[in-house]
Structure formats: structure tokens, C-alpha cells
Write a protein that binds this ligand. Structure first.
Ligand code: PLP
Length: 406
């Protein structure tokens, strides 16, 4: 266990896995650029170390959901372009531009706010606003309707144009146009082609209006991997950079496309802190819901639902690895601890290594295993990793520690 972390529990992040996954993705899509999506603290892995590893692997862009997340990257000294995927609040635009974040807009209010910021930059010599316009082609979460998008683009282009008299040349640049796919992880679903066709129509209407953004993008991991026609100028890959296919059924297709499997970067590791041998019929944990069928060795592990091990996982048959064997979680998972039924003949001792996610010997437990038991997706498992679990980085040049007490 790493010094400075008093509880034997850590999320270990293999930065070489991140860099290698990024390199595989970049090689597959080249000459299309790779943007590594590091929102939600790098899907729970730690945004800054993951961003640096992905850039080392060949990503040339980063993407985040929030302005705050972009500022964190800039404060760490990261200079790569960072796209904020949601339109910032009007009040947040100036701060975002000051940190040289690339902004997404899709409302008239957003465009107005950005033009106001650009006018201030013209007066004060501040940095230029670089903007990507987002179009809703059918997911209906965020983005301008296709008709509105053309008007918004024209408004931005007119302000930014040298000849349009907008006066915004040099302080505002409409660099990109993008959309988001709703069902790209279902390769046979024709809706993706419909979305891409709607997107193509918007592009051609913009071109007729003389607006040709340099960076056009649509694909998330599933789009990049399963729909070559969606790759365009860059792909925005999140889950695949962390080593998981967008859904488990896509695993074989992903491995085939990349020529080798993705490597999950995160493992969740702990140690046994207490071992008891209990009689048959003894019951465990809150609610006494788990009853031992025979005399058994029960181990206590210092991770609980406050650390991101979902309370529902034990009743759903969740397992951990101890001594290279799969052992059942037993009884209700508590806030800080969980218990494991190691069986009658187990030779388990205090201090033994426990793997909740990751490999031990020949056995592996993945975020997709948890997700299948819990009726969710690997994304939710990874981003649910608790803030109080120290992230420990291995591989790369960064044998260092983030979060926790340091
Ligand atoms: C989160 C997100 C992505 C990344 O999706 P993955 O499936 O993790 O690759 C891409 N684009 C947008 C707009 C997103 O919100």
C-alpha cells in the first residue's frame, strides 16, 4: 500500500493501458483525430493523469462536460485543445474563453453571450472565442434544431467574418460543427445512418451559406468503432480509452477492428482487515439477510457503498477475488465495509489482497460484470468510484498518487 494512505484500499489506474488504448483508437481512425473524453474526472480515473496519458498515446484533443472540468486541465498545465461538450451558462462564457476552452453553443442566448465576450476581447486584447456549433440530429438531448443551426452559424460567421462587417475577425472563430449519436452502440440500427444524413444536410446548407467549419465530428466510441462513416474529422472517445467497449456485446467487434482487445485501466484493490470462522446458520451484516449454510470463513474488506461499491451488488451475486479464487460478497454492503463468504476450507488471513475489479491470478472481474449484475453499464460503475478511494497511478512516467490524503 502506498504511503500516505492509511486504509488498505485503492483504485489503481494503469496509465500505459490508457496510452495504449488511445494509440489503438488513433491508429484505427487515422487520419481522423482522436479526442479523449475526460469528463466526470476521467470516468472516475482522474482527469489530469488520464488526459496526459491519452495525449501521450496520440490523442490531440480533449473533451469535458463542464467548464470547471476544462479549467482543471488548464490549471494542470495542459495546453491541448479542450472542447466543452455542453453550452456554458451565459455568465460562464468569459471564464471559459479566458482559459482558452473551445466552447459548444446551440442556443441564440449562447451565441449572444459569446459575441459579447468576443467584443470585450476586441476591446481588451483578451483571447479569441473558439466555438463549435452543436446540432441535434435526433438524440434530442442538446443541440440546435437543424433549421436553427443554419441561422446560428450564419450569425456567428457574420460576426466573425472579415468582410461581413461584424468586427469580430480575430476574436471569434466558428471552428467546428458537431452532433451526437443516440444508438451507435447498436450496429444494425438504421437510426445512426438517419442521424448522419441529417447532419450531412446541415453541413451542405451551411456550405451554401459560405460557412465551412474546419472540424466536423459526430462519433463517440461506438460511432468510431462500429460506424466508419461517422468518423469525419475527429472522434470523441471516452469509454474505449478507459478500456471497455461501449457495451459488452460489441466486445468482439471492437477487438476485431483494433486487432487486439482494449485493456481496462482501472482496478479496485483492498485487503482483508478481519477474518472470522462462523458456524452454520449464523447471519451477516445489517438486516441479517445472508445466512451461512455451513461453517465458513468470513472476511471483512474495508470498502463500502460510500466508495462506489453499490449496495445492491451483494444480493446480485457480486464476487471478489482472494487468493486467486472468486468468493461471494455476503450480506448487505455497508457504507464502509463489505463481507465475503470465503467458504469452509478457505485459508484466508488478515492482510490478504482482495481484488474487487481487475485481475488476480487467472481470474478477472470487470466493470461489465458488475454492470450486468446491476442492470447498468460500465460507465456508471466507473464514474461511481468514490472520491475517498485514493487513485494510484502505475505505468507511464507517473508513479504518483492523486486524491486521498496527498
Ligand atoms: C460522453 C460523451 C462522449 C464519449 O462517449 P463514449 O461512449 O464514452 O465514447 C462523446 N460525445 C459526447 C457528446 C459525450 O457526452
Amino acid at each position: 500500500m502506498v504511503e500516505g494512505h492509511l486504509r488498505p484500499a485503492r483504485a489503481e489506474v494503469d496509465l500505459d493501458a490508457i496510452a495504449d488504448n488511445a494509440a489503438l483508437l488513433r491508429r484505427l481512425v487515422a487520419p481522423t483525430a482522436l479526442s479523449a473524453v475526460v469528463k466526470a474526472d476521467g470516468y472516475g480515473h482522474g482527469a489530469v493523469p488520464v488526459a496526459l496519458a491519452a495525449l501521450r498515446g496520440g490523442a490531440t484533443w480533449l473533451a469535458v462536460a463542464l467548464v470547471e472540468e476544462g479549467i482543471e486541465l488548464r490549471q494542470a498545465g495542459i495546453e491541448a485543445p479542450v472542447l466543452v461538450l455542453g453550452e456554458p451558462e451565459p455568465d460562464a462564457m468569459a471564464e471559459a474563453v479566458a482559459h482558452r476552452l473551445t466552447l459548444t453553443v446551440y442556443t441564440a442566448e449562447g451565441v449572444d453571450a459569446l459575441i459579447t465576450v468576443a467584443k470585450q476581447a476586441r476591446a481588451t486584447g483578451g483571447p479569441a472565442s473558439v466555438v463549435h456549433l452543436k446540432v441535434d440530429t435526433g438524440m434530442h438531448r442538446l443541440g440546435a434544431d437543424p433549421d436553427e443551426a443554419v441561422a446560428l452559424a450564419a450569425r456567428l460567421a457574420e460576426f466573425a467574418g472579415d468582410s461581413g462587417g461584424g468586427g469580430g475577425a480575430g476574436v471569434l472563430r466558428l471552428e467546428g460543427l458537431w452532433t451526437h449519436l443516440a444508438v451507435a452502440d447498436e450496429p444494425d440500427n438504421a437510426y445512426t445512418a438517419d442521424q448522419l444524413e441529417r447532419f450531412r444536410l446541415v453541413r451542405s446548407r451551411l456550405a451554401e451559406a459560405g460557412v465551412v467549419p474546419a472540424v466536423v465530428h459526430a462519433a463517440n466510441s461506438a460511432g468510431a468503432l462500429a460506424h466508419p462513416g461517422a468518423r469525419l474529422d475527429k472522434v470523441r472517445c471516452g469509454i474505449s480509452v478507459y478500456g471497455y467497449p461501449p457495451n459488452p456485446a460489441l466486445g468482439p467487434l471492437v477487438t476485431q477492428a483494433l486487432g487486439q482487445p482494449l485493456r481496462p485501466a482501472l482496478s479496485l484493490r483492498s485487503r482483508v482487515v478481519l477474518v472470522r470462522e462462523l458456524d452454520a446458520q449464523e447471519r451477516l451484516s445489517y438486516g441479517l439477510r445472508y445466512r451461512l449454510g455451513e461453517r465458513s470463513v468470513v472476511a471483512t474488506v474495508p470498502l463500502g457503498y460510500a466508495d462506489g461499491v453499490p449496495r445492491a451488488l451483494s444480493a446480485a451475486g457480486g464476487e471478489v477475488l482472494i487468493g486467486g479464487r472468486r468468493c461471494r460478497m455476503a450480506g448487505t454492503i455497508t457504507m464502509d465495509y463489505l463481507m465475503v463468504d470465503c467458504g469452509p476450507d478457505a485459508t484466508v488471513a488478515t492482510g490478504d489482497d482482495v481484488v474487487l475489479l481487475g485481475r488476480q491470478g487467472d481470474e478477472v472481474i470487470s466493470a461489465d460484470d458488475w454492470a450486468a449484475r446491476l442492470g447498468t453499464i460500465s460507465y456508471e460503475v466507473l464514474t461511481g468510484m468514490g472520491a475517498r478511494v485514493p487513485r494510484v497511478y502505475v505505468g507511464g512516467r507517473a508513479a504518483s498518487v492523486g486524491g486521498g490524503s496527498e
